[in-house]
Design a protein around this ligand. Structure first.
Ligand SMILES: [Fe+2]
Ligand SMILES: [Fe+2]
Length: 472
C-alpha cells in the first residue's frame, strides 16, 4: 500500500550515456515511494499534442536502492537509449503511481565528429558542513553560483554537449571525525545542492572521484582511499565497473564514453594516496580499463583522460604525485592520450607535452597579451598535455592573495620534480570561478581541438590552447 501521495524528487541529474544516443539519470525520491519511472518524448510532439500521451512518449523503468545510513530517501536510476540525434527531448520522473509535476528538456547533437563543444570543471566543493547554522539564502547562493557557472559555459558554447568534473564536487570528508551518520547526512546535503541547479537537469554531467568524494567508506573500510559508497548513489555513469553503477566496485569508480570522435575516460586515481598492494591492484586495473575503453573505440580521434590528483603539478608535492607520474606516463604513452585534465590544486596550470616522463621536442608557439593571457598552439604533438583545472566555485579560497599563498604553501614546494619535468612555471590563481571549454573542429584542413580556460565572471579566456592533429 502506498504511504504517500506525491513524489518528492531531489538531486535529479542528467548524466552522460555511452554515446550521444543515450542518457543516464539519477535522482532521490521519498523513501516511501515505490517503483522508478522516467517518461520522455520529442519536444516537438509533446508541444503538438499538448503534453505526454501514450503515443508520443516512451516510459522506462529504473531501479532503486536505499543509501547506507539513510532513512529519508531512496536513490533512483534509469537510462534511455536509441535517441534521435539533433533533437530536443522533454522528460519527467516519478514512481510507479505518478510523475513529478516538473518537466525538463535536453538536446542531442548531430555530426559531433565534425564539431562539438563540451566543458571541464573541477573542485566545485559544495559545502554544507555547517548545515545547522546555515541560512536558506547561503544554500541558495551556492546553488546559484554553480548554476551561473554552467550558464556561462553555455553562453560561450550554446551547443555545450556535456560537463565533466575532475572531482571534489562536495567538501565533507570523514577526516572531520564525525560519526558515519553525520558524515552521510552532510554528504547528502552537499549532493542535493550540487544537483539543485536547473541546468543539472539539461546538461549531461559526469565526474571522477576527488579525495572529498571517496571518503564515505563504511563497513570497517574507513580511510581505505579506494572506496566510495555515497557517490555511487548520486552517479549513474556509463561503462562503470561497479555493480550496475549503484555501489561502486571496491577499487574502481571509472567511466568512459564516446562523443563523436572524442573518447573521454574518467579514472579513479586515488591510488596515489596509498601504498602497497592496493595501489598496485588499482594501477593494474586502471590500465586494463583504459585499454578496454580505447579498444572499444578505435576511431576516436581525440582521447581525454580525467582524474583528480595531478600527476604533473606546478606545486609538486612529490609524495602525492610521484606515483601518479609513473602510472600516468605509462597510460598516456601506451594509449596515446592527448590531454589529461586534473584538479585538486584549485589553481590553473598547463604543462608542456610530456612523453616518457620528459618534455618532448614538440614546438608550441605562444603569445601573451597585455593582461598576461596566453594563446598557444601545437601541431601533431608526440606527447600528452596535462591541465590543472582551477576551481569552479572556490568557496574556501576565493579572492585574497594571502589565501592563495597559504594554499600554495599547503601544497609544498614549487620547485619539485614534477614541476621541473613538466616545466609548468607558476600555477595561477584567479579571483573568479573558472571553467574550461573545449571545442573540436574537423571541418578544416587539419582537425583541431581548442581548449579555453575561462573566467566565469567576465568570460575572458586566460589561456587558449589549440592542438592540430592530422592523424588519429
Ligand atoms: Fe579540492
Ligand atoms: Fe582534492
Amino acid at each position: 500500500m502506498r504511504k504517500i501521495e506525491k513524489n518528492n524528487i531531489t538531486s535529479l541529474s542528467i548524466q552522460v550515456g555511452e554515446d550521444e544516443t543515450s542518457r543516464r539519470f539519477v535522482w532521490y525520491n521519498d523513501i516511501d515511494t515505490a517503483g522508478v519511472r522516467l517518461q520522455y518524448a520529442l519536444k516537438s510532439d509533446y508541444d503538438a499534442d499538448g503534453g505526454f500521451t501514450d503515443e508520443n512518449s516512451k516510459v522506462v523503468s529504473g531501479r532503486s536502492k536505499i543509501p547506507y545510513k539513510n532513512t529519508e530517501f531512496v536513490s533512483c536510476k534509469a537510462e534511455i537509449y536509441d535517441l534521435t540525434l539533433g533533437e530536443t527531448y522533454i522528460y519527467r520522473v516519478g514512481d510507479r503511481y505518478s510523475y513529478d509535476d516538473s518537466t525538463y528538456t535536453f538536446n542531442t547533437y548531430d555530426n559531433l565528429d565534425k564539431k562539438q563543444s563540451f566543458g571541464i570543471v573541477s573542485d566545485i566543493h559544495m559545502n554544507r558542513k555547517n548545515y545547522e547554522t546555515e541560512t536558506p539564502e547561503s544554500v541558495q547562493n551556492q546553488v546559484n553560483r554553480w548554476q551561473n557557472v554552467m550558464a556561462k559555459m553555455q553562453e560561450v558554447s550554446p551547443e555545450l554537449g556535456f560537463i565533466v568534473s575532475t572531482g571534489d564536487n562536495i567538501s565533507i570528508h570523514n577526516m572531520y571525525s564525525l560519526t558515519d551518520e553525520e558524515t552521510a547526512k552532510i554528504a547528502e546535503k552537499e549532493h542535493e545542492t550540487l544537483f539543485a541547479p536547473a541546468l543539472s537537469k539539461s546538461i549531461p554531467f559526469a565526474s571522477t572521484m576527488g579525495n572529498h568524494e571517496i571518503t564515505w567508506a563504511w563497513d570497517n573500510i574507513k580511510f581505505d582511499w579506494g572506496h566510495s559508497n555515497v557517490m555511487g548513489y548520486h552517479y549513474n555513469l556509463p561503462n562503470d565497473d561497479g555493480e550496475s553503477g549503484m555501489v561502486l566496485d571496491k577499487s574502481m569508480a571509472n567511466f568512459y564514453f564516446i562523443s563523436g570522435d572524442v573518447l573521454v575516460i574518467g579514472i579513479h586515481d586515488m591510488a596515489g594516496k596509498t601504498a602497497g598492494a592496493f595501489q598496485n591492484l588499482t594501477t593494474e586495473k586502471n590500465k586494463a580499463y583504459i585499454q578496454k575503453a580505447c579498444e572499444a573505440n578505435p576511431n576516436a580521434r581525440w582521447k581525454i583522460l580525467v582524474t583528480h590528483i595531478p600527476p604533473y603539478a606546478f606545486y609538486a608535492s612529490d609524495d602525492e604525485t610521484k606515483h601518479m607520474r609513473d602510472v600516468f606516463d605509462d597510460y598516456c604513452d601506451e594509449f596515446n592520450i592527448d590531454v589529461v585534465f586534473t584538479g585538486h590544486s584549485h589553481l590553473f596550470a598547463r604543462s608542456k607535452h610530456i612523453k616518457g616522463n620528459a618534455v618532448t621536442n614538440d614546438i608550441v608557439t605562444s603569445v601573451k597579451n597585455d593582461k598576461g593571457y596566453q594563446t598557444a598552439e601545437v601541431t601533431d604533438p608526440t606527447g600528452t598535455v596535462y591541465y590543472n583545472v582551477p576551481s569552479a566555485l572556490d568557496h574556501a579560497f576565493a579572492g585574497a592573495d594571502s589565501d592563495y599563498k597559504t594554499w600554495l604553501n599547503a601544497w609544498g614546494s614549487t620547485t619539485g620534480e614534477a614541476n621541473k619535468t613538466a616545466d609548468f612555471g607558476e600555477g595561477v590563481k584567479y579571483d573568479s570561478p573558472m571553467f574550461i571549454n573545449v571545442d573540436t573542429d574537423s571541418t578544416g584542413t587539419t582537425p583541431k581541438m581548442v581548449i579555453k580556460t575561462m573566467r566565469s565572471d567576465n568570460l575572458e579566456a586566460i589561456d587558449t590552447y589549440t592542438i592540430y592533429k592530422n592523424d588519429k
